[in-house]
Each structure stands twice: as C-alpha cells, then as structure tokens.
Design a protein around this ligand. Structure first.
Ligand code: FNR
Length: 383
C-alpha cells in the first residue's frame, strides 16, 4: 500500500494525503468536496492564520489544564467531533469505528442524521465501548438533527433520539437545500459520460450526498433540513425536546441574537465546512461580528465554532474570542478512512499536544484564562 505509517502523521493535515492514497476516488471526493469554486472552504482554512497571538511570558506554565465543559459534560479538551454523514463510504466500520476513537480518547461527538448506521445501532456500540473504558466522567454523544418535512416524523425521530440517550439536539440550519458540491458534479458527469449519457440522471437538486444512497441500504438519505423550517418551529420543538438545543450553522450576528431570544442553549457558528453557501463567512468572522454587535450572546449561550481547524493552537484563538469549544470534521474523517479508529485516536493526540504546547507558549495554565487581549484579530477584520 501507499499508506504512510501512522507515526508519520504528525499534524492533522497529514491524514488527508494518507486518505487520498487509500480511499476509492469517490469516497475521497465525498469527504473533500466543497461548494462552488471552493472559496468558503478556503476562507475557513485561511482565516485561522489571520488571527495572531499576543502571548504573555514568565507565567509559570509548568502544569496546564486543558479541560472544559460542553453543555455541562466534562471534556478533556475544548474540541469535539463534528457530525458527518455516510461514514460507511469512508470505512467499513462506519460510525461505530469513528466513535470508538472518540471514546478511547475521551472526547464528545455529534452524530449525523445522515449516518450509515441507525441511531440505535450507533448508541448501542458506543455504550459497549464506553463500558470497557470505565471513566469517571463518561463521554457523550449529541445528535445532529436534520428535521424531516413531516412533523409527525420529526417528533417521532426526536423520541428515538431521546430514548437512545443522546444528550443534546444540534439542529443544522444552514442546509435548507444542499449546496452545489462541485467535485461531485464532475464525478457525476464523468460517470454519465462513461456510460454514454449526455447528462447525469441523478438530478442536480439532490446533489452529491445522495451518491451514497446504495451504501445506506436503500434508506432515504436525509441530507438536509426541511426547507420549510422557520424560527417559529423552535417553539414546538422545544415542547417535544427537553434537553439542550444548539443551532448549527449560524452565520451572522442577527441570527445569533434570534437564537438567544428563542431560548436556544447554544449556537454553532459554521458554514458546514464550506460545503453550502458560496463565499459564506468563516466561523471566526461570525464570531468577531457577534463580539461587536451582540456580545451578550457570548455570555448567555454556549457558542461553538467549526470549519477549517487543523491545529490545536487555533482552538485557543476561538476560545480567546469567546467560543466554548471547537468542532473538528474532515481531519477525523480522513484519519478514519486511512487508519480506522487508531488514526482517529492519533488525530486527537496530535491536536491535544499542540493545544497544550500552545497554552504554555501563550502563557496560560487553564482555559478560563483565555481572553480577547491574548489575540490580535485586526488582520482578519481589516483585510
Ligand atoms: C459534513 N458536515 C455535516 N454537517 C451536518 O450538520 N450534518 C451532516 O450530515 C454533515 N455531513 C458532513 C459530511 C462531510 C463529509 C463533511 C466534510 C462535513 C459538516 C460538519 O459537521 C462540519 O460543519 C464541518 O465538517 C467542519 O469543517 P471541517 O473541520 O471539515 O473543515
């Protein structure tokens, strides 16, 4: 195989090359694709580098404590696993293999509605793994919710999620329709061309996430939120779901404020890994906007960010600007594809080591010391 030895993966970006070398082309495209000309994804990756630290020195950083709490659940690090659908296309062990890595390293994860395995199967395997670890503060799974169009089905799904023991509902609100996934379009066009069709039969409206419908055992792929959803729906959702609610995919200060007014427990600033709206803002830009226009949101809600995070140091930047924790997506998916749960564990270790070294070099010993004066965001804001 062309697969490098796992020890050669020393940064979160190394897993992509490894995955590319071993995954079927179609699977790699599924993981890596982004919207339109790729500017949303590029912005996510680049904006972390536009924030600079303002480190303090001589602060006795012998011992550092990188623990935090996510929706009340203790986490060893302020990052968690982002929800990603159809993991069966990436690894034969699918979601259970991914969450095995998460449990072993003690980090929390959000499970996608569009998973290959059912939410019951995923939780059952998770609990088995969990029990073998015997942790004092166990890790948890949250549930990423694409709301079905039909309200009866929507309520039934919430019932299942609750019964399974998922600890919070993360409603994805940036996907009323799937974005234009350009690499998927090329793939569809090539496949159609190869069999002599003018244009792919699979419609452009459904987009690329449906390319894996057969891998889902013929189940309908719920790869999007009901496009009819409005803010008012939060009122009845709140009656049906008594656990925490996080809106995933908030992209401006006005909507952050609305989420607060509608009583959400958290918001996740995200542009879906650059897979939805063309030239959407990065989570860091939205976070800065919130700091300016409605800073009260940062006090009242748990604010999470995701998109393009590839280095443990970057987690600290988000926390200094007021985020509670950061979601990591593709690096874990590539690690899973190339090395299974061992790769996922290694990816957690890589990020955790960078984070702890970063804390020391920044001059802090616990995460409650993260504050705006430790970063300079002027390049991000003025460029
Ligand atoms: C996603 N994402 C996603 N989000 C969601 O709410 N439901 C889902 O089913 C999926 N599926 C999915 C599949 C794949 C292959 C990717 C790469 C992403 C978005 C995900 O939760 C997260 O917002 C981004 O992946 C974060 O960006 P990075 O870390 O991948 O750059």
């Amino acid at each position: 195989h062309d697969l490098p030895h796992l020890s050669l993966c020393v940064s979160a970006t190394d897993f992509e090359q490894a995955a590319k070398a071993v995954l079927p082309h179609k699977s790699y495209i599924y993981a890596s694709t982004s919207a339109n000309t790729g500017l949303s994804l590029k912005g996510n990756l680049d904006d972390w580098g536009r924030i600079h630290f303002r480190p303090r020195v001589m602060r006795n950083v012998g011992d550092v404590d990188p623990r935090c709490r996510i929706l009340g659940h203790e986490s060893p690090y302020p990052f968690y696993m982002s929800p990603m659908g159809t993991m069966g296309a990436i690894h034969a062990g699918a979601e259970p293999e991914m969450y095995k890595g998460a449990v072993r390293k003690g980090i929390h994860a959000v499970v996608s509605t569009a998973s290959t395995k059912s939410s019951e199967q995923i939780m059952q395997r998770y609990v088995e793994e969990q029990e073998s670890m015997k942790r004092a503060s166990p890790t948890v799974l949250f549930y990423q919710y694409y709301m079905p169009v039909d309200r009866t089905k929507a309520i039934a799904l919430m019932g299942i999620v609750k019964k399974c023991g998922y600890k919070g509902l993360w409603i994805t609100v940036d996907t009323p329709v799937l974005g234009k996934r350009t690499a998927d379009r090329y793939l569809q066009a090539e496949e159609a061309f190869a069999v002599g069709l003018e244009e792919s039969a699979s419609s452009w409206e459904t987009g690329g996430d449906n390319a894996f419908a057969p891998a889902m055992g013929g189940r309908p792929v719920q790869g999007q939120l009901s496009p009819h959803t409005t803010w008012e729906d939060l009122v009845w959702i709140r009656k049906e779901w008594d656990g925490p609610i996080v809106l995933k995919g908030i992209q401006c200060a006005e909507d952050a404020k609305l989420a607060m007014e509608y009583g959400c427990d958290g918001i996740l600033l995200s542009n879906h890994g650059g897979r939805q709206l063309h030239t959407a803002p990065s989570a860091l830009m939205t976070l800065c906007e919130i700091r300016t226009y409605c800073p009260e949101v940062l006090k009242k809600l748990e604010v999470f960010v995701d998109g393009g995070l590839r280095d443990g140091n970057d987690v600290l930047k988000a926390l200094c600007l007021g985020a509670k924790a950061v979601g990591v997506g593709r690096p874990f998916l590539y690690a899973l594809g190339a090395y299974g749960s061992k790769g996922v564990e290694r990816c957690v270790d890589v990020l955790a080591e960078e984070l702890q070294t970063g804390m020391r070099l920044l001059g802090i010993t616990s995460l409650d010391q993260c504050r705006p004066s430790l970063v300079n965001a002027s390049r991000l804001l003025n460029e």
